[in-house]
Design a protein around this ligand. Sequence first.
Ligand code: ZN
Length: 201
Amino acid sequence: LEEFIFETKQTLVPKGFYPHVNTLVCVGLCRDEITSPFEEEVEAMWGQAFICGSLGGMLFCGKTGFSAAHRHAPITGHFIYYCFTHIAIDHEGIVGSVYRTRSGMEEKTTACGALAAFAAEIASNKLNLNFDEDDIEMSMLKKHIINKTSLSTDAMNAPDLFKVTMAAYETITFDLERHVRRDAGNFKDRRYALFSGIQIH
Ligand SMILES: [Zn+2]
């Protein structure tokens, strides 16, 4: 993780992205506490980040969130985005499974829990796409990934967690590019560096 962030910095400094001088960093990760070392590493390298992430790492801060971030640097400013979904793979190679010893949990837990729940709904033929005001991010996550990708919602051809995670990654990448292009259309002198992917625990 440290090496990855360091490499991105080594790539960007020669291109004029200077930490604490002209660059605002935006971070979009899942709310899960196991993603926080990533955020801490980014902030240690680039300074305090604008936080864009929701469950699964989805970018539901939307136009309002991105335009707020974009107002926090000058018209010649530089922006870096690290927008990642995540997945756990345990020591036995089981996808989605992680031990969280720090919270006293002794059983295996799931990551990403939201994406695993989505995969389980599809597999059990109980996919619920109604908007639940008491579960805003999860309702939107399911709808939005289905709209933006070719993810199967057929229980007979149910995607596994790996496929759902790839679909989340694609959706996050589309969304990030769209929001950044919108800003770039208005500010010709700004510079943007986008990183998206899947954080593996
Ligand atoms: Zn998660």
